[in-house]
Design a protein around this ligand. Structure first.
Ligand code: FRU
Length: 486
């Protein structure tokens, strides 16, 4: 939503109780709230931040401008979880309240050091002429969720980057702490800067170079880079804005991509044996994915179900955006798989054989098998007039097609209403998670993923089988205590 700059950058303390109450009331009017996905309490949710394990719990913050569905003066909102499925807002917030983050506490990551969680983030600063500076800064969160900011700037903007320099991701590689930061160079190409913590002190960083990962630089900026390790193989996940479409086919305004690599050469700051660039997700919206390697050796990611610079049907209710399910990464036969964590099955409240249904409560999981040599089509969020979200699983031609053109309220149609990807022509499975206005589809247990919003009209809550003979289960899903996560 387009709001004037002075509204978006109004100090938090200037918003009156009455104004905030009105925003809350409006958010509550929406018919599209998710039941088991994280949504903002109010305003706009974008990137996952500070995803980490600390104090015996999983910690996940989200970027938020709390006063409306627009990108304004951002803060981080803290949530925590025992099982990576049920998340609770703790009340801790990283506010934009110092001269180093005066125009936003932008995205970043977190890492436990000596019983405290270190938050490493970008301070967005503008001067009176609205000229931007970006600083990489830090804060500490203790076990009681008290947040204390570091006084010093931890990484100043280097001479070879423009004002676009943000989203530090901290990670440990063989006992050394590194951080990578998304950047734009003076020729306006995207790249990634690499730093290491001097003596592993997270408050002192030295530049070690620009990451060599075989990129062409056709993008104008790389946002939210993450270097993760899956079975010791480096996987780099990033958002190359403006990437040339001859390099990778994508339809969303900005893609979220990855490369699987063979090793990390820390001498030459090189990801050796980097694969081709690939789409992380084939749906209409998944962006700013953030991950970390857990102390028990798993690799977890979570994505923003939303995109920059897009208006959503929820905007009129003063909120926008949601967080994806937490997905665990694995590599099989050289392919990256992403699948919700095991505990997701704890949401299954009841189970029945899969059949068409005139009505559901639009909060369910389908676990389906599609036979080989067959074109199957399902219509989800369907009504009696034949409207709905069409999902074609074609094991004859080897294709998945998701068509949103007849599914509820239309938006972002400039970027097309169909998304597709290829699959092998053999028996195929799909786990489909529906949550009122969210759908996450995992083909072959995460070999291909489609993450999307759908904003159904009233009574668009059926499941129709238009063709083919998929078999499987329907599970009704229920979040613990039935309430939404906020
Ligand atoms: C990505 C992003 C980040 C930035 C944040 C600001 O969506 O643009 O690069 O830190 O959002 O909210």
């Amino acid at each position: 939503m387009n709001l004037p700059q002075e509204t978006r950058y109004r100090a938090y303390s200037d918003w009156s109780k009455e104004e905030i109450a009105k925003i809350n009331e409006n958010v509550n009017q929406s018919p599209w709230h998710a039941s088991y996905h994280i949504e903002p309490r109010t305003g706009l949710l974008n990137d996952p931040n500070g995803f980490s394990f600390f104090n015996g719990k999983y910690n996940l913050f989200y970027q938020n401008w709390p006063f409306g569905a627009a990108h304004g003066l951002k803060e981080w909102i803290h949530t925590e979880s025992d099982d990576l499925v049920h998340f609770y807002v703790t009340g801790a917030e990283l506010r934009p309240d110092t001269e180093h983050d005066s125009h936003g506490a932008y995205s970043g990551s977190a890492y436990e050091v000596d019983g405290k969680l270190f938050l490493f983030y970008t301070g967005n600063v503008r001067d009176k002429k609205w000229i931007r500076d970006t600083l990489q800064i830090g804060a500490w969160m203790d076990k009681d969720h008290n947040i204390t900011k570091c006084e010093n700037i931890l990484i100043h903007k280097p001479a070879d980057v423009t004002e676009h320099f943000r989203d530090p991701q901290i990670f440990n590689y063989k006992g050394q702490l590194y951080t990578i930061v998304g950047a734009q160079n003076l020729e306006k190409s995207g790249f990634i800067k690499v730093y290491k913590a001097t003596d592993n002190n997270v408050e002192t960083w030295e530049e070690v170079g620009n990451l060599d990962f075989g990129s062409t630089g056709s993008e104008y900026m790389i946002e939210c880079p993450n270097l993760l390790f899956v079975d010791e193989k480096p996987v780099i996940i990033y958002c190359p804005q403006g990437l040339d479409k001859s390099e990778l086919n994508y339809d969303n305004i900005y893609p979220n991509t990855f490369k699987i690599c063979q090793s990390f050469d820390t001498e030459n700051i090189k990801l050796v044996g980097a694969s081709e660039i690939q789409n992380l997700d084939y749906g209409f919206e998944a962006y700013a994915t953030q991950g970390f390697n857990t102390p028990d050796g798993r690799t977890l990611i979570v994505s923003w179900i939303g995109l920059p610079d897009i208006d959503y049907p929820t905007d009129k209710y003063n909120y926008q955006g949601a967080m994806s399910l937490v997905k665990e990464l694995s590599i099989k036969d050289g392919k990256l798989y992403q699948y919700p964590v095991e505990a997701i099955t704890s949401l299954r409240a009841s189970s029945e054989q899969f059949t068409a249904k005139a009505e559901t409560n639009n909060t369910y999981e389908l676990e389906l098998t599609f036979p080989p040599n067959q074109k199957s089509e399902l219509l989800l969020f369907s009504d009696s007039k034949g409207n709905g979200l069409s999902l074609i699983v074609d094991t004859k031609e080897g294709k998945i097609i998701l068509d949103r053109s007849k599914a509820g309220i239309q938006y972002a149609t400039d970027f097309g209403t169909i998304r597709e990807c290829s699959i092998d022509t053999k028996e195929t499975t799909a786990n489909i998670f529906v949550d009122n206005s969210i759908i996450e589809i995992f083909i072959n247990k995460g070999e291909k993923v489609f993450t999307s919003r759908v904003f159904p009209e009233k009574h668009q809550n059926g499941i129709q089988i238009k063709s083919g003979e998929p078999t499987g289960k329907y599970f009704e899903l229920k979040y613990q205590n039935g309430s939404k996560i906020n």
